[in-house]
Design a protein around this ligand. Sequence first.
Ligand code: AMP
Ligand code: FE
Ligand code: FE
Ligand code: ZN
Length: 284
Amino acid sequence: MPTRLVDLHTHSSVSDGTEAPAALIASAVRAGLDTVALTDHDSTAGWSEASAAVAGTGLTLVPGMELSTRLGLNSVHMLGYLFDPAHPGLVAETARLRDSRLHRAERIVERIAADYDLTWGDVLAQASSGATLGRPHIADALVAKGYAPDRSAAFAGILHWRSGYYEPHEAPSPLIGVRLIREAGGVPVIAHPATRGREPNVSSEGFEALVDAGLLGVEVDHRENTTAGKARLLELARRYDLIVTGSSDYHGDGKPNRLGENATAPEQLDRIVDAATGWVPVRG
Ligand code: AMP
Ligand code: FE
Ligand code: FE
Ligand code: ZN
């Protein structure tokens, strides 16, 4: 039997992907995936639409989220799978995060508006109602105004953290993020922890502290992890017996990442499902 194709990191228009959850599921079916996880930034608002959309497709959905956390100036993304989406602690933290992101995006836009013809309304026009707002939506507004050819160019220019327009949003520490996901019965997997220029992000001591807090997995195969970083992550995964994942981080047309370009071994997915107590995969 051919190996099942498992992609555990995707975004819909509930955050900064360009496809609604149902359209994302259709894309996953077309891409030949057997299992897909929906992991919008700081929101579970796409779970129900995606769960309904897998019916009759043969595709399995793993509901999840990519929780924003922060360590000093570094943004650290924590994937969480199969947690209880109604867990009060997690619900409160994600509501706080989305609110902080909203006001931070408004302040970034105010600064940009001093130099460019860009309004808050232009940005809202790029986001679906209630979406987790971020720089990608500001990027799309800049593209619509002709100030950048695409999202990536906007990120390399006006939205770069050194541009003078940038500011970070509030976020809990990675340790708190891991604990919250575990408290909600979920499986925390640190996302793309070895991206270019950010490898000190996870020092060995930092990693050990995350494992002590309940970290269960590490995303190794991701296009932004460096080759040297992946080797180091595999070493850490062996040392702490962590689940190892690989995923696309698909954002629809918002990023070049394609569904299934990186995948997770089925036995690693089984470990995630076995460790979770908050939710179960939705088999279509
Ligand atoms: P924010 O969390 O608002 O600071 O924005 C970070 C988000 O922007 C991440 O979720 C990425 O998916 C997205 N992003 C970062 N760099 C790029 C890029 N070069 N092109 C497109 N999207 C990007
Ligand atoms: Fe994103
Ligand atoms: Fe991420
Ligand atoms: Zn992501």
